[in-house]
Design a protein around this ligand. Structure first.
Ligand SMILES: [Zn+2]
Length: 135
């Protein structure tokens, strides 16, 4: 598996641009319609992070894996204050991917979404996952 061009190796938080230290970006990578992460070879635990030294559940070895962008809403909320370039209101939610980990994504609708609603991650916006409610 190859690391996508917009992958972790080149992603850096704005701190480096503003004179701060460059730090690894822990946000998930979305490329080729898949979410890229890691999976434990011992207990099969999936993770959307790609810079873990070992499995956080069993300390087993990890291999790169990709996950389906489809899942169900675990929880969501509406943010009412500006954050970075985002103007309120905007919605965030945790999605339990069908074959992978729980990931945080911005929602295309500016409102919270009921638990278990089917959603699909559709891309990245400013490095953050973006998801829409399935029709
Ligand atoms: Zn494990």
């Amino acid at each position: 598996m190859t690391i996508p061009a917009e992958g972790r190796v080149t992603k850096r938080r704005p701190g480096a641009v503003k004179g701060g230290l460059a730090v690894a970006d822990s946000r998930p990578i979305f490329a080729h319609d898949r979410i890229h992460g890691l999976r434990c070879t011992a207990c099969r635990n999936p993770s959307a992070q790609r810079d873990l030294p070992w499995c956080p559940v069993c300390r087993g070895p990890l291999v790169e894996d990709t996950f389906s962008p489809s899942g169900s809403m675990w929880s969501s909320t509406v943010v009412a204050i500006p954050v970075g370039n985002r103007k309120p209101p905007f919605a965030l939610g945790y999605i339990d991917l069908d074959d992978g980990p729980r990931v945080l994504a911005h929602l295309l609708v500016p409102e919270s979404v009921p638990i278990d609603t089917r959603v699909t991650v559709t891309g990245l916006e400013h490095g953050d996952l973006v998801a829409e409610v399935d029709s």
